[in-house]
Design a protein around this ligand. Structure first.
Ligand code: NIG
Ligand code: FE
Length: 403
């Protein structure tokens, strides 16, 4: 049972705490056994039974739960750097999409990519995420939009989940866009999703969640209601890309369907916030998407005041958020979403774990939880999120093993 001592601050991030309280213990120690946390507390209270255990010196650093990136589009073919330049020149995300770019161009590149190439590329991203202290990643399909390619993406996630130290939580996002070949017949694509793809994904156990992009140019609330109801009947839990570019009733739909999370919410209405509060749905904020698209940031203070927990994630994808840097997203959530460092840390650990229905086993450093942690080269949480450096993470542990 190894002991880590001389920790300046240990953030336990208990799931039951108000989001403003990350359960910080100063001058702390932590003990783990196998893959599980055994004891946490002030070092001076360390029980004598651990006296003879191997001790590692943390050198007055910060220790946090392994970060949970609860919203990514991890696997895709190609990139879209030219669109970045077009947007800087004044074109909007939706204008580019309407002209055949956007999600549609990544779908073309993803269909053309081999499974091996997709896997190598996603694996490199995961390696880099792990170095930043991320130990769990939710990953969406949605760049295939046909049976073969959607299954190819979910297979990549399955294979990486078996081989990479990061735990992957796969989400089926067949309802990301209407693919080109169905532009004249949306109904036919929705039937393909409901009658073939969702049943196949569920039968193969390839996803835990089903997501839909509710937006002008993507899916209407009534289309998403149909798709997500079928998904729920097949045992998939629900997430929604809601109110990202306009108030399109996505939050209200998430509440109505009992979604685990409503994600984006840049344009959520006051009624949408109320609905989320009463349904217990988690809001997932994606500050990097607001940053790259020059869109408003999520009204995090309103959500928190209403009692809606706010997770923080990257939205890593080739269009709206081409960065997987969760600590950067966290610093941006402090500044642009006016969330305190403790709210943000809970948002990227226990609240993010809640957004993937896993807060009973990851995202907190408490006895019985998975021994997933990051040692951050900063003396305090405030110092870490304030003094941004490319990578402050000194060491990472997943399931009790340094990785
Ligand atoms: O979460 N909004 C929809 N999906 C992604 C963007 C996808 C893309 O641009 O490729 C998002 O922002
Ligand atoms: Fe997204």
């Amino acid at each position: 049972m190894p002991v880590l001592r001389n920790i300046a601050q240990l953030a336990t991030c208990p799931p039951g705490n108000p989001q403003a309280d990350a359960g910080i213990i100063s001058n702390a120690a932590i003990v783990w056994e196998g893959s599980t946390v055994k004891w946490v507390g002030e070092a001076r209270d360390l029980p004598t039974e651990f006296d003879r255990e191997p001790v590692m010196d943390c050198e007055r650093r910060l220790v946090i739960p392994g970060l949970v990136d609860c919203h990514t589009h991890l696997c895709f073919g190609g990139w879209r750097a030219d669109e970045f330049a077009l947007r800087i020149g004044g074109a909007s995300y939706q204008e580019i999409a309407a002209a055949g770019g956007g999600i549609s161009s990544t779908v073309t590149a993803t269909r053309a990519a081999s499974q091996g190439d997709l896997r190598r590329k996603a694996s490199q991203v995961l390696d880099a995420m792990l170095k930043l202290g991320v130990t769990t990643v939710e990953c969406k399909s949605g760049y295939g939009l046909d049976r073969a390619t959607e299954l190819k993406l979910l297979e990549v996630y399955r294979l990486l989940g078996q081989t990479h130290p990061i735990e992957l939580v796969p989400t089926f996002l067949g309802a990301h866009a209407i693919p080109k070949e169905f532009k004249g017949d949306r109904e036919k694509y929705i039937r393909l999703l409901c009658d073939e793809l969702i049943p196949a994904v569920a039968a193969e156990g390839l996803a835990r969640f089903c997501d839909a992009f509710v937006e002008q140019g993507a899916f209407t609330t009534s289309e998403a209601r149909r798709i997500l109801t079928v998904a729920s009947e097949h045992g998939l839990q629900i997430k929604i890309h809601a109110d990202q570019l306009s108030d399109s009733g996505g939050a209200e739909l998430a509440a109505e369907l009992g979604a685990v999370s409503a994600e984006h919410l840049e344009y959520v209405s006051d009624q949408g916030i109320e609905a989320l509060a009463s349904s217990g749905t988690i809001a997932v904020s994606l500050p990097l998407a607001s940053f790259y698209l020059r869109e408003p940031y999520i009204p995090a203070r309103k959500l928190l005041t209403a009692g809606v927990p706010v997770a923080v994630a990257t939205d890593f994808n080739p269009g709206s958020a081409p960065s997987f840097h969760l600590p950067l997203a966290m610093t941006m959530a402090c500044i642009h979403q006016q969330m305190t460092p403790q709210e943000v840390l809970n948002g990227a650990t226990t609240v993010a774990a809640q957004a993937i229905s896993a807060s009973n086993r990851i995202g907190s450093l408490l006895p019985g939880y998975g021994a997933d942690l990051a040692v951050i080269d900063a003396p305090s949480l405030n110092q870490w999120l304030y003094h941004f450096v490319p990578n402050a993470c000194a060491r990472v542990m997943k399931n009790g093993t340094w990785v």
